[in-house]
Write a protein that binds this ligand. Structure first.
Ligand SMILES: C[S@@+](CC[C@H](N)C(=O)[O-])C[C@H]1O[C@@H](n2cnc3c(N)ncnc32)[C@H](O)[C@@H]1O
Length: 297
């Protein structure tokens, strides 16, 4: 993708985002009404952090389409992301998408009417699905959005619900940059009582097993936004950066260089992850956690 061509669509996006985000009003970001307004205003697709392109290696490694086909895949807080349609194109079937925002779901339903997948308005912190309904759950940015609004209780509820609706041995692909993700996942388990075995034998204690933790490449859009943001004065607004052609050109060049570097590092990390997976090792979760809580926009 040519980064210079991103300026147009992103300007529109930033305009929709700008005022709220730049006021640092993180606390209200999670609120349904604000998401509704955002998705009503925003046309087209936008992906937080990364697209399927940057994540496909992890999907292929841990839950290739052939292993998921009949088990069902849940996308939690799908927003207007291209991930679900890309997953479908990659061969994943039986996809269910939920989001608390009805404008988001309505628009996605319209846009992807031809694809056989479900789009449901549903609160991820209290899902209406039966327990053990899905083989794979995917969250990209929703848990982080809840945490950036300092609502740990909501984020905890989301983790508990994901655990409840996942089948035993199911996979939760969580794309997050929050340092609190692992403690949250672990504490979500404490609300599930360990059943007593009828024959008195030991029952395995429920646990999230972290299969992989690595830094994933950001999408070109997310990279450009990050570079632009780094060039803004303290109270600067992202939307203004998009109105400055010189700044945009400079940021595009830097973003291109950063993407090249990230691609190289990512290839090396994937190689290491494959080796560890083959050796049956778990990654050292704590060592790689990012202590910095960063905002989403
Ligand atoms: C940061 S956006 C991420 C969107 C999308 N997953 C992506 O990667 O681009 C967070 C999304 O979570 C949704 N969301 C927030 N709270 C939610 C909740 N309680 N239940 C379901 N979705 C929620 C928002 O409407 C929004 O679409």
């Amino acid at each position: 993708m040519n980064l210079d061509e991103l300026a147009g669509p992103l300007t529109k996006y930033a305009r929709a985002q700008g005022s709220r985000c730049d006021q640092g009003d993180q606390a209200s970001k999670m609120q349904k009404l604000q998401y509704d307004t955002r998705f009503k205003d925003a046309d087209g697709l936008f992906d937080w952090y990364a697209t399927y392109e940057e994540l496909s290696d992890a999907f292929e490694l841990f839950c290739p389409p052939s292993t998921v086909r009949d088990q069902g895949l849940l996308v939690v807080g799908c927003g207007n992301s291209s991930l679900s349609s890309d997953l479908y194109s990659a061969g994943y079937g039986d996809i269910t998408n939920i989001d608390v925002s009805s404008p988001a779901i309505e628009k996605m339903q319209q846009q992807f009417a031809a694809l056989p997948m479900r789009w449901l308005v549903m609160d991820a912190t209290s899902m209406t699905f039966k327990s053990d309904s899905f083989g794979v759950s995917v969250d990209k940015g929703t848990l982080d959005a809840m945490m950036s609004s300092h609502a740990d209780d909501l984020a905890g509820a989301l983790c508990r619900e994901v655990w409840r609706v996942l089948q035993p041995g199911g996979i939760f692909i969580l794309v997050s940059h929050s340092g609190k993700r692992m403690p949250l996942l672990r504490s979500a388990l404490s609300s599930f009582p360990v059943p007593a075995a009828s024959d008195g034998s030991d029952v395995p204690v429920p646990a999230w097993r972290c299969l992989e933790l690595r830094r994933c490449r950001l999408s070109p859009q997310a990279t450009l936004i990050n570079v632009l943001r780094s060039k803004l004065p303290p109270a600067g607004k992202l939307v203004d950066a998009f109105r400055d052609p010189e700044l945009l050109q400079q940021a595009s060049a830097e973003a291109k260089a950063a993407l090249k570097r990230m691609a190289f590092i990512d290839a090396f990390r994937l190689f290491k992850a494959r080796k560890r997976a083959q050796a049956g090792l778990q990654d050292d979760v704590e060592a790689d956690e990012d202590p910095q809580e960063r905002s989403l926009c």
